[in-house]
Design a protein. Structure first.
Length: 118
């Protein structure tokens, strides 16, 4: 089991930046990839970005591509999401998750609130 703890959320004006962190502990060696998801009020949770732990291959949702950057520090077992040019529609609770090879994302963190004011 992998434990995940997100941090770095907050209130920011449109056009601003935030960096989210996700500290992983436990059976981190079993993680093939990690990702960020978000859920806005009244909406389904949606994929934001992912990265393979070993190779660093990344993928992004179209809505954040070019504005958000996912990265990881293997030595610190920490996942990051640098969010630039934030928009009000980016307001959501952001979650990190991990998955093993061939499996769905699981081992969710508790989430961190990001609020972007217009």
């Amino acid at each position: 089991q992998v434990q995940l703890v997100e941090s770095g959320g907050g209130l920011v004006q449109a056009g601003g930046s935030l960096r989210l962190s996700c500290a992983a502990s436990g059976r981190t060696f079993s993680s093939y990839a990690m990702g960020w998801f978000r859920q806005a009020p009244g909406k389904e949770r949606e994929f934001v970005a992912s990265i393979t732990w070993a190779g660093g291959n990344t993928a992004y949702a179209a809505s954040v591509k070019g504005r958000f950057t996912i990265s990881r520090d293997k030595n610190k077992n920490t996942l990051y999401l640098q969010m630039n040019s934030l928009k009000p529609e980016d307001t959501a609770v952001y979650y990190c998750a991990t998955r093993a090879a061939g499996a769905d994302f699981g081992s969710w963190g508790q989430g961190t609130q990001v609020t972007v004011s217009s």
